[in-house]
Design a protein around this ligand. Structure first.
Ligand code: ATP
Ligand code: MG
Length: 192
């Protein structure tokens, strides 16, 4: 009997599939595309993107702690929209997968580079799993069972964008804390 329930499931799955295809196409495009990097002011981009997430965090009763030690303006060579999607990827992961009720974001300029970091509580006992976290389609069982995970392409897309920017990036997973970070050289060193 189809009381509309099946149609709903099919509709939802079709939407998921379409989303996955979009992400896959984006990943392959990102890897071949030549980037047009231009001077971009990162402080404003960062603040605006983080502020965009405040409501989502509040809705989940989570605290978004921001430690912003940046000078008023931080100029980097970047594709602003792509860097924004990196920030969104990392913020939405922290929001979805944090095992605690706070997420800490920090940004500072050190040694002529801007350093961004986002940290949340997580189960970090299985080192081997964490080593795979940047790989396409990798989704941890815990997140899959929470029905939060997507297709596991977010971090590969993030990595691809950061590589094209010549940024250093990585993650730490230790003592129940997961942190994702990247750093990007500032234009003209640390001058304002
Ligand atoms: N901040 C985090 N804390 C804990 N686990 C994380 C965090 N970020 C990522 N993960 C784990 O790594 C997996 C891969 O992340 P990724 O962003 O690549 O994919 P996704 O979020 O599952 O799907 P998508 O981003 O494609 O919608 C997640 O499913 C989750 O298990
Ligand atoms: Mg993700």
């Amino acid at each position: 009997m189809d009381d509309g329930t099946y149609a709903e499931v099919i509709g939802r799955q079709t939407k998921q599939m379409a989303g996955m295809i979009d992400q896959l196409l984006e990943l392959s495009r990102l890897q071949t595309e030549v980037y047009e990097l231009a001077p971009t002011e990162l402080h404003q981009l960062l603040s605006a993107t983080v502020e965009d997430y405040r409501t989502a965090f509040r809705h989940r009763n989570m605290e978004l702690i921001v430690e912003d030690a940046l000078p008023p303006q931080v100029w980097v060579m970047a594709d602003g929209r792509k860097l924004e999607s990196v920030l969104r990827n990392l913020l939405s992961n922290a929001l979805k997968y944090s095992e605690g009720n706070e997420v800490r974001v920090s940004a500072e300029v050190r040694s002529d580079a801007v350093h961004f970091r986002i940290a949340n509580n997580a189960d970090t006992r299985n080192k081997a799993k964490w080593d795979q976290v940047w790989e396409p389609f990798f989704v941890m069982e815990e997140s899959r069972s929470k029905q939060l995970s997507g297709t596991g392409l977010g971090l590969s897309i993030t990595a691809s964008i950061l590589q094209k920017h010549g940024a250093a990036y990585g993650h730490e997973a230790e003592d129940g804390k997961a942190a994702f970070y990247f750093s990007l050289g500032v234009i003209g060193g640390n001058k304002k």
